[in-house]
Design a protein around this ligand. Sequence first.
Ligand code: SF4
Length: 349
Amino acid sequence: MNDMLKKASEKLRNYNGKKVRIMEVCGTHTHEIMRLGIRKLLSENIELISGPGCPVCVTDEAFIEKAIFLSQEMRCTILSFGDLLRVPGGGKSLLLARAEGAKVEIVYSAIDSVKYAKAHPDEDCVFLSIGFETTVPGNLLAVKKAKELSLSNFSMLSAMKTMPGAYRLMARSTDAFLYPGHVCAITGTKELEELCKNGVSGVVSGFSPEELLSSILFCVDGLSKEKTFFKNLYPRVVTEEGSIEAKRLIAEMTVPFDSKWRGIGVIKDSGLALSNEYSFFDAEKRYEIPAFNERRETACRCGDVLTGRITPHDCPLFRKACTPENPVGACMVSSEGACSAYYDYGEIR
Ligand code: SF4
């Protein structure tokens, strides 16, 4: 351990000020904090809670049901990132739909799904487009490519989301945020500075042990002074402006809508749908998809985990009925999900 790490971890271990809660919004932060054992280094007066920053975890159940409907009733080929296949929706998953005969293919990028559609002109291909500001530009470039190629057998089912509404909603659950470095690389920091003016504290954090510990320490120091603060502690990647090119693409190709986040509810203007110019590629417009509003009762407490009300340990299904091999909720599916990170690296109670 280098000197900086030693000093920071000593300060954080010996902290005996008022109790503080810090939310790591990003799933990669959650994963790294668990993997590095950072929670165990902290004074009991510092609580780290996991937030809604894993796109797989917050993808609504109805989205999975729509994808299953498209695969089974409309006989579409579903093209998806692998994690999403195991996410439950309406008592089923895309993996199960595939076992029942649906055509569901794993892709590693949005552009791969365009290549697949081009190579399979007899199949109606639907790409499941999830992700936050980091992933959205790549997904949109794929749609641009499909348009360029005049692909009539390609469309996109969108569960793309943006973070600012979630910060505002989650501000009630935490004293300060560790803002997601990758998302901020696209969005820049202006909105976060505005949030700070409205009483929301936080720092943009990187992902190395040094960056994580110094970000937590900055929050703890700031909270002890009882002043609202904001600091970009990831300046080698994040700028005030963010990625102008990516933001221009998002503004040009999408329109915001009120999107439902799994376990959290609807967040105003937090979803991104394709704009009119690209609506030919919008699966919601191309196919008649029924509304999937019926919710089944489940003991899964993903919503409480994602809003920092409980830790995965407090869910009665954790490590019992719910494991990475047999996930009951989405937070156990992706390696960036809080339940999955606690399962892999957390202490067993
Ligand atoms: S442990 Fe499983 S059932 Fe419990 S909240 Fe996490 S994902 Fe849901």
